[in-house]
Write a protein that binds this ligand. Structure first.
Ligand code: 4NP
Length: 166
C-alpha cells in the first residue's frame, strides 16, 4: 500500500498561549471533521519564549470550549527545525510573519511562511488576527471568529493545491 506523507502546518503567534493554540485546535477540528486526520499534522509555536511550557491562556480556553475546541497545547518557541519539519508556517499578524521570515535559513524556507490574514474572507475590516491578550471577552471571540473563517479557507487551498483526499 502506498504510504502518504502527512502535510504539516505550524501556526505561530507571539506568546503561543492565545491565537496560535486556538488556530491549531480550530484547524485540527476541521481536519478531523473532513476525515483527513491521518493526512495532516498541526502544531503551534510562539516567536517569544515567555510562556514556554504553559497551557493556553484561561480566557482563550474558556471562549474556545463552547465552540467545541479543547486547547491542550503547551507553549513552545519556534525553532530552526520547524522550517524543515512543516510544509507551511502561518503567522497571525505582520510582526509574526516578519519575525518568521528573518528566522528562515533559505528562500525556500521563507516561502513556507504565510499570513493568516490573507485567508480571512468574512471580515473585510481584518487582514490579520489581532492579539487579544490585553482585550476583553470580545477580543477572544473575535479571534475565534477570524480563525474559523481563515482556517476553512486555508484548508480548502491546501487540499486543492496538494491534491489531498481521504
Ligand atoms: P498570543 O498572545 O501571541 O496570541 O499568544 C500573547 C500572549 C502573551 C503575550 C503577548 C501576546 N505576552 O506578552 O506575554
Amino acid at each position: 500500500m502506498k504510504e502518504t506523507r502527512k502535510y504539516g502546518v505550524l501556526f505561530v503567534c507571539l506568546g503561543n498561549i492565545c491565537r496560535s493554540p486556538a488556530a491549531q485546535a480550530v484547524m485540527q477540528h476541521m481536519v478531523d471533521e473532513r476525515g483527513l486526520s491521518d493526512r495532516f499534522y498541526i502544531d503551534s509555536a510562539g516567536t517569544g519564549g515567555w510562556h514556554i511550557g504553559d497551557m493556553p491562556d484561561k480566557r482563550m480556553r474558556v471562549h474556545a470550549r463552547p465552540r467545541g475546541y479543547e486547547l491542550t497545547h503547551h507553549a513552545r518557541k519556534v525553532q530552526a527545525s520547524d522550517f524543515e519539519d512543516f510544509d507551511l508556517i502561518v503567522g497571525m499578524d505582520a510582526a509574526n510573519v516578519d519575525d518568521l521570515r528573518c528566522l528562515a535559513a533559505t528562500i525556500e524556507q521563507q516561502d513556507k511562511v504565510l499570513m493568516m490574514g490573507d485567508y480571512i474572507r468574512q471580515f473585510p475590516n481584518y487582514d490579520y488576527v489581532p492579539d487579544p491578550y490585553y482585550e476583553g471577552s470580545e477580543g477572544f471571540e473575535l479571534v475565534l471568529d477570524l480563525l474559523e473563517d481563515s482556517c476553512e479557507n486555508l484548508l480548502d487551498q491546501i487540499i486543492k493545491h496538494n491534491h489531498i483526499s481521504k
